[in-house]
Design a protein around this ligand. Structure first.
Ligand SMILES: Nc1ncnc2c1ncn2[C@@H]1O[C@H](COP(=O)(O)OP(=O)(O)O)[C@@H](O)[C@H]1O
Ligand SMILES: [Mg+2]
Length: 255
């Protein structure tokens, strides 16, 4: 069985279908890019993987278990907007993510020491040791987003969920973040789901690119039909030039 398995998943809010018939199997370590028009249910899909929502119908399993009842399968999540705490230092932000709300002073001494060691290792990994005692406001956008990724890494997740993580960054910083993310992924072997607006980014980073779209339209009520995965591109094969894909599927460029 595949590591992440999504079988015939539907999500409805009231009588509005957001997603329907979503099926996808993902191997451990794959990098999955997700693209699609705004409002088509990409974030909803991530929330279901995160077990923040349960599907109206169908099944999701990660490593053979159902996400909501398997807290052992650690997932980290990073959003476009900086999710870091402004009133805490860089190091404090990592420790807060580790302690899940328990003040560090109240952790048993060995747990406190382990958290501090892990925070230091994460600081080194995200390259922020030199600013560890500074506050987020003094950091560049790229550094703040590396800190947000660092928070997600504190739980040593096997699945990393990224929701338009680089959308607010300037193009140069975004390229640096791409290198950072690829290194991180090679080192950790994490399975990654990344929603992006940038199709080029999706193909560059992803092993696969999933396109979410409505498979058809109901002329009477557009809310009846939800989006599904309409394409599942193999992006590893560099023999398929990105431009050819755009020519073949011009709707992707429009999205
Ligand atoms: N909890 C909710 N209750 C009702 N509608 C929601 C809820 N969450 C999202 N939606 C709606 O579902 C649709 C899909 O949202 P979302 O998954 O955020 O899309 P995307 O991330 O692709 O832009 C949107 O129309 C949004 O307004
Ligand atoms: Mg979204």
């Amino acid at each position: 069985m595949s590591f992440v398995s999504v079988r015939n998943v539907w999500q409805k809010y009231g009588d509005r279908s957001i997603l329907e018939r979503v099926n996808v199997s993902v191997d451990e370590g794959e990098f999955i890019s997700i693209v699609g028009a705004s409002g088509c249910g990409k974030s909803t899909f991530l929330r279901m993987l995160l077990a923040e929502e349960t599907p109206s119908k169908g099944e999701i399993s990660i490593d053979g278990g159902i996400p909501a009842v398997e807290p052992g399968i650690e997932r980290g999540v990073v959003f476009q907007r900086y999710s870091v705490f402004p009133h805490m230092t860089v190091r404090g932000n990592l420790l807060a993510a580790e302690a899940f709300g328990t003040p560090l002073g109240r952790l048993p001494r060995n747990a406190r020491k382990a958290a501090q060691d892990r925070a230091q290792a994460t600081l080194d990994r995200i390259g922020l040791t030199h600013v560890a005692e500074q506050y987020p406001a003094s950091l560049s956008g790229g550094m703040q987003q590396r800190l947000a990724i660092g928070q997600a890494l504190m739980a040593t997740p096997r699945v990393l969920l990224l929701d338009e993580p680089f959308g607010a960054l300037d193009p140069g910083t975004r390229l640096q973040m791409h290198d950072f993310l690829m290194e991180l992924r090679d080192e950790t072997g994490m399975t990654v789901f990344m929603v992006t607006h940038d199709l080029h980014e999706g193909f560059k980073l992803g092993d696969r690119v999933l396109v979410f779209d409505k498979p058809r339209w109901d002329p009477v009520d557009p809310n009846v039909i939800g989006a599904t995965i309409t394409y599942d591109f193999d992006a590893r094969n560099q023999g398929v030039p990105f431009q050819d894909i755009l020519e073949k599927y011009p709707m992707l460029a429009a999205g």
